[in-house]
Each structure stands twice: as C-alpha cells, then as structure tokens.
Design a protein around this ligand. Structure first.
Ligand SMILES: [Zn+2]
Length: 496
C-alpha cells in the first residue's frame, strides 16, 4: 500500500500532469496579473502570508490561483524527490557492478534534481521570510540598515544628467548615493549597482510615477545638480515621482537559490566534461588538447564514443517494465546490441527464449566486422549458428527425427529481421519471432507477402510480430541500430 503510494508519487506521468496543471494555472493567473498589475506587484516586496489573507478576504476571484500554484509546486517537489530518490536507490544497488567514477557520473542527474528542490525551497523562503524596506532618500538623513548594526547616514545624493545637446538631453542618467557608517566607512550606491552589508542588499529605486506627480523642472544649468537638503518642501511631502528610495532587502532564500544554481552549473559542466569509463579527467583533457592541436582529429573523433557512452548509461539505468511482457528479453537483446557496437560490429542483438520456462536458451549478436569480416553474421544468424552448434554438441534434438522441431522457442531480435535472416529463421523451424524495433528500410517481416511462394508457404503457421516492449526499450533498440546505420553510411561516404 505504502509502496504503491510511493511509486505513484514518483511517477513521471504525475510530473507531466503537474507541469501541465501548473502551466494552466500560471496562464489563468497571468490574465489576472495583467489586469491588476499593481496588486500583484506588491508581492515583490511583501511576504506572502501578509499579502494573501488580505487579498483573499477582499478579492478571492483574483488571487485563488496563487495558493493553487503553491500546492502544485509542493506536489511537484515531492514528485521530483521521490523520482530522484528511486533512481539513487537503484544506482546504489548497482554500485558494486560499476567503477566509482561511473557511479558518481550517473548520480549527477539525480543530484541536480535534489538541487532543484533546494532552489524551490529557497524561493519559498524568499516568499515567506523576505523583508523589504523602502526609505525615501534625503541628504543627511539616518538609515537603519539592520536593528543590530549602527545607523548609516546619507552623505550625498548626486544626479547626473545626459548632456542637453544629446538625444536624451536633460534626462537623468544616473544617481549616486553616498552613505557613511557610524565608524566612518563609506558606501556608494547607484541604480543597478546594489551593495551588500550586514546580510542585506541595499539598492536604490525610484518612487513610482503618478500620485501627486510633482514635476521637477529640468535643470537649466550644467549637470551635475545637487538635490536640496531635508528642509526642502520636496522631502517634506514624502516620496515624489523620480525621488530615489533606498530599498533594503533581507532575503534568506536568495543565498540558497544562488548556491543551488552555482552547484547545478558546476555539476552540469562536470557531467558534460567527464565521461564515464574515461580515466576520470585525463581522457577529456587529452581529447580536448588533441582537438585543439589537430583540427582533422576533430572530424574523426566526432561524438561517436560520447553518444555510445550516453546510450550505455541509459541501458544501465533501465530495468524491465513488467507491464510489457517482452520487456525483459527486449533489454537482453538491447544489451547484446550494445556489446556488438562496442566490438565494432552492427548494433543488433538477439536471443532465444524457452516459451514455457521463460529461460534464455541462447544469445547472439551481430559479428559482421569482428574479429574478421563475415557477411553472414547478422545477429539472428549468429544466434541460430550458436544454437544449432550447441544442439549438435548435445547430441541433436531430443524430440526425434525432425531437426526443425522447436515449437517451444521464441526468437527475440532487437531489430526487424532482414530478408536473409527472415528466411533463415523460417528455415530453422522457429515459429515465433518478436522484434523490438521495426526497420522500415531493410526489414522483411512487414513485407512477408513479397517472399517467394515457397517461403510464404513455409511461414504460414508462424507468428512473427513486433515485441510488446516499453517505449524506453524500443527507443534504445532503435537508437543502437541507427547508430550503426549512420556509421555505415558515413564509411560509404568516406570511401566514395
Ligand atoms: Zn539480417
């Protein structure tokens, strides 16, 4: 019961549903936010728990989507956590079978997921624990940055304007605010250049345009102009349009967010730089050096080993999905296909399964190019050779005279068999065949009606079809096959 709840929570389909719901909620919310901009802008400098109850009481129809979004994000966080935790547990289980470097390499995506959750928690902290203070700036006025630290004092406020002759003539270019601390320490602030002191960000902002917009006359004389002191009428009337405000932000979530993002970036760089099974770091450095030194090598190296390593990583992460009855064997033939590719032959694998016991009787893979060129050694041919040789060693078929009596066997191939292999399979007496991925260009099973009548007749009571496999396994079988087809096409291109 608990286990099924756990698995439902970590289901990737749940993640998709949640993401779609979050998008729909955000879309609905964006219409409200557009129509009531200033209402939602207030959230930028208010804690959510101070803002939401007030708005909820007066305008629930405008703000309903915010708590909904919080619930969806919380569920998404739980989903991400469970999903990443499951993956980590699987990896830890397989740890004995892999090198330490590879283990950490495969761990990185899950670590990134955990960091993503940390960043979401950082945002939650910003929403609930952030504090924003807005203080009108006037020369000589005291500024209390934090309750525990002595006050600062505004030493000077200087506006700089664009030259009258320029296109922006007379417009404000920058405002510099100098603060002096009790100990005499000076602090310079400008628009877009905040300072960080006593655990708080200090930035300058402008009082919003609009209410009582007391228009300041453009300075006639040459800039810079000096603002009047606190005795002026302007300061006495409170913040005016264009008057600088000091914003003091205390945001405990920000450090978490920045730290999380930095770590994610570092991990991603590590992930893409350090490939598994390389001598940890020497190999990528050597490859990089080679690429820089010899541009021709770049073309040769391309991304082949990298792509293969990536496919291998995907295979290692996969376990058969019991919802698909052929998935277990699909994964076995996919692994054979990978071995074949690593040996330098084609990316196709095959196996023979005893239908009643489910036991894998024999495995085979493409061996066309290694150890030497053999045009007949497609995966299915290799498999049947091995099986028939083994039978011979065992003293022939136990059931009697007919060497084609193998009704109990199912041949599983990672790719739809070609004409040569299909006729061989028919000829072998095997009545059941499943293949993980179709081959539209070279596959013969989907074109059995074009076989010569003799072979069509022979295959009449055969059941040859696409395997029932999970999309992940099917994709892998296709990717491995594509990989070898591309390599082959490229070789042909080069020898032209
Ligand atoms: Zn073949």
């Amino acid at each position: 019961m608990l286990k099924s709840i756990w698995h439902t929570l970590g289901d990737i389909r749940l993640a998709v549903i949640l993401l779609l719901t979050a998008s729909a909620t955000l879309l609905a919310g964006s219409f409200h936010a557009e129509d009531h901009f200033s209402l939602f802008m207030a959230l930028n400098h208010m804690r959510i728990q101070d803002w939401l109850p007030v708005q909820w009481a007066s305008r629930p129809e405008l703000v309903w989507w915010i708590p909904v979004l919080f619930v969806i994000m919380a569920l998404l966080g739980i989903n991400t956590f469970v999903c990443a935790a499951n993956r980590c547990l699987r990896l830890v289980g397989q740890r004995r079978n892999m090198a330490r470097g590879r283990f950490f390499y495969l761990l990185i995506p899950s670590l990134v997921h955990f960091l993503f959750i940390t960043i979401m928690l950082g945002h939650l902290a910003s929403f609930t624990m952030g504090r924003w203070q807005r203080i009108p700036l006037a020369a000589d006025s005291p500024i209390a940055v934090s309750p525990d630290a002595p006050d600062y004092r505004v030493a000077a406020i200087q506006d700089e304007f664009y030259p009258q002759a320029s296109a922006l003539g007379g417009r404000l270019r920058q405002t510099a605010v100098a603060l002096v601390g009790a100990g005499g320490q000076a602090l310079q602030l400008q628009y877009g250049r905040p300072a960080f002191i006593d655990g708080r960000f200090l930035l300058i902002d402008k009082a919003p345009q609009g209410e009582k917009a007391h228009k300041k006359p453009m300075p006639a004389g040459p800039p810079p102009a000096r603002r009047p002191g606190p005795a002026s009428t302007e300061a006495a009337q409170g913040p005016n349009a264009g008057q600088p405000l000091l914003v003091i932000v205390s945001d405990p979530g920000l450090a978490v967010i920045i730290l999380g993002l930095t770590l994610i970036m570092a991990l991603m760089i590590g992930y893409f730089l350090f490939k598994p099974k390389s001598a940890m770091w020497i190999a990528p450095v050597a490859v990089l050096a080679l690429l820089v030194v010899h541009p021709a090598a770049a073309a040769a190296a391309e991304s082949r080993p990298e792509e293969l390593a990536q496919i291998e990583g995907r295979i290692q992460m996969l376990s058969p999905d019991p919802a698909f009855k052929d998935d277990r064997y699909g994964l076995i033939v996919v692994k054979e296909a990978l071995t074949s590719l690593k040996e330098g032959s084609g990316g196709i694998g095959a196996c023979l399964v005893h239908e009643q016991t489910g036991e894998v009787v024999c495995t085979g893979r493409n061996r066309q190019y290694r150890p030497y060129f053999r045009s007949d050694l497609h995966a299915e041919m290799d498999l049947l050779n091995r099986y028939e040789d083994w039978l011979r060693k065992m003293g022939g078929r136990t059931s009697g005279a007919d060497p084609r009596d193998c009704a109990h066997l199912v041949l599983v191939s990672s790719v739809e068999p070609c004409p040569m292999c299909l006729t061989r399979i028919i000829n072998s007496g095997i009545k059941k065949l499943v293949y993980v991925t179709p081959d539209e260009r070279g596959g013969m099973v989907s074109r059995m009606d074009r076989l010569p009548p003799f072979w069509q007749d022979r295959a009449r009571d055969c059941d040859y079809r696409l395997a029932v496999c999970s999309p992940a396994v099917r994709q892998l079988a296709g990717d491995l096959f594509d990989f070898s087809v591309r390599t082959w096409d490229k070789k042909k291109e080069e020898t032209k």
